[in-house]
Ligand binder design. Structure first.
Ligand code: FES
Length: 206
């Protein structure tokens, strides 16, 4: 199973994690408390402005598998088998092939479900039964997941929040304060593409 990471592992996302005990974390925490979370968010926005590789996914972006980069090719419907554990991917600019992997907040989980199982709202942002959600837990930002096939839920192993992927990734259990942001999808020539941006801000906020 993939290691759970503190958000400080990502140089593009300067924020803090309650699970991290490093001196650097305490320094950042003091700054965050002193200046407020508004500054925390504007820092991320400026990162996106200077580096398009950290910009959030946008309409028509394709996807590549996390860890494979563009050499693995764009993720197609066939690459996300029905009922399998989530596939972790990053968005890619279709015009330039630039992968937006300089912010871990851009990681998405692609999950293929029977379309008849999806809630009405979830169906509107799914494509051929495939849904996409932010891979960053809304509690304190872990990005490892356990797939629970029987219940079509994903569980964060850090503090055991559970999300229902058939119903907009709403929180079923655990300390997560809100659902995972959804990324609407469409299919172009058998390849998955974003149909818009995240439904809400990915990440967490203390
Ligand atoms: S990070 Fe705490 S439940 Fe996911």
């Amino acid at each position: 199973m993939k290691r759970s990471r503190c958000v400080q592992d990502d140089p593009a996302d300067e924020r803090f994690c309650v699970g991290c005990r490093s001196p650097a974390r305490r320094t950042v925490l003091k700054v965050g408390l002193g200046l407020g979370v508004g500054l925390w968010w504007s820092g991320s926005a400026s990162t996106q402005e200077v580096d398009p590789r950290a910009a959030r996914p946008r309409e028509d972006d394709r996807f590549v598998l996390a860890g494979r980069g563009r050499s693995g090719g764009a993720v197609g419907v066939a690459d996300v088998p029905l009922g399998d554990p989530p596939v972790t991917a990053y968005p890619m600019d279709p015009a330039t092939g630039m992968v937006r992997d300089q912010s871990r907040l851009n990681q998405v989980l692609l999950i293929h479900l029977d379309p008849t199982e999806l809630g009405a709202e979830t169906r509107t942002h799914a494509a051929e039964g495939i849904v996409a959600y932010s891979a960053i837990c809304t509690h304190t930002g872990c990005d490892s997941w356990e797939w629970q096939a029987q219940t079509r839920t994903i569980k964060c192993p850090c503090h055991f929040s559970t999300f229902d992927v058939r119903d907009g990734a709403r929180v079923l259990d655990g300390p997560a304060p809100r659902r995972l942001p959804a990324l609407p999808l469409k299919v172009i020539d058998g390849v998955l593409a974003a149909a818009g941006g995240f439904s809400s801000r990915p990440g967490f906020q203390q």
